[in-house]
Design a protein around this ligand. Structure first.
Ligand SMILES: [Zn+2]
Ligand SMILES: [Zn+2]
Length: 288
């Protein structure tokens, strides 16, 4: 029997609407053998997701999705199999969460300047998480009756070049890869088909990139094939996931992307190989 995984899922610990337990129960309904929780700039949901997965007989991969940039382009880096107790990963994600909260305050200040009467506290109450983002502002605008839909909120106020646009602080892609590696994780470029900055990929490979998310709910078959070719050319791991945010975009995407389990096995094998290599370098250094 072929087994499948979804390695890109969000919970309400970032901008998804499901709890980690709900994410797992949906995964179970779709018959997934493994899943990764990849909330933006946080690993907080991983403990609960791991427990729910254990109870459901689903293999859990600890993950996160870090916001980064390369040559002025925003990129998302997925970190898989990270140590969720790693002090530096915890400190850095806490810093990004603070940056996100300050950004929400700035977005709301700009909305107020544009005569839109929203309170930042309304956004924080609705988000109810440490990693709030623009989707939460959009939801707050709809909830307050100030916009009729999330799309309208983005189109009128929240998109780049709109009145409430606030640029996001981002670390460099190389720093994100280094942080993921420091936490013993594997660094994977998320949904490259949405960004289309393929020219930055070789530099990221030099910085230690481990994989590319070839399969994604917004990648067409030809886009997936294009990135499978790139993964092959640069000897990168292949991953995939739905990027489900729960009910955020109207309908849940979980189940729309089913990654054959062999890719999960390859991801784990590469991580194990690296851990073994690092272990042997350490003991070599130790014996000197
Ligand atoms: Zn993303
Ligand atoms: Zn995502």
């Amino acid at each position: 029997m072929t087994m499948f995984a979804d390695l890109h899922l969000h919970s309400h610990f970032s901008d998804g609407t499901y709890s980690p337990e709900e994410v797992v129960s949906h995964a179970q309904k779709h018959g997934l053998a493994a899943l990764a929780l990849t909330d933006h700039d946080t690993i907080e949901g991983c403990v609960r997701a791991a427990q729910a997965c254990a109870a459901a007989g689903i293999e859990f991969i600890a993950g996160t999705e870090l916001t980064a940039e390369q040559e002025g382009n925003e990129l998302h880096l997925l970190g898989y199999l990270v140590d969720i107790d790693n002090p530096r990963l915890l400190a850095e994600t806490a810093k990004f969460q603070m940056v996100r909260q300050n950004r929400i305050r700035e977005i709301v200040a700009r909305l107020n300047q544009a005569k839109v009467a929203l309170d930042a506290e309304e956004v924080f109450a609705l988000a109810n998480c440490r990693a709030p983002g623009r989707p939460h502002v959009a939801r707050a605008l709809v909830q307050a009756g100030l916009c009729s839909s999330l799309d309208e909120a983005f189109e009128r106020f929240l998109r780049r070049n709109r009145p409430a646009w606030v640029p996001k602080f981002k670390m460099s892609a190389a720093d994100a890869i280094e942080l993921i590696h420091h936490a013993r994780g594997m660094a994977v470029l998320a949904h490259p088909g949405l960004n289309r900055f393929d020219e930055v990929i070789p530099d990221m490979v030099d910085a230690g990139l481990d994989g590319i998310e070839c399969f994604h709910s917004k990648h067409s078959t030809s886009t997936a094939e294009h990135y499978l070719e790139l993964a092959d050319r640069f000897h990168l791991l292949v991953t995939g996931g739905s990027d489900c945010h729960g009910m955020n975009k109207g309908k849940p995407l979980i189940g729309t992307v089913k990654l054959p389990y062999q890719h999960v096995a390859q991801l784990k094998a590469r991580a194990a190989r690296r851990a073994a290599e690092e272990g042997s370098t350490r003991s070599l250094n130790g014996s000197q």
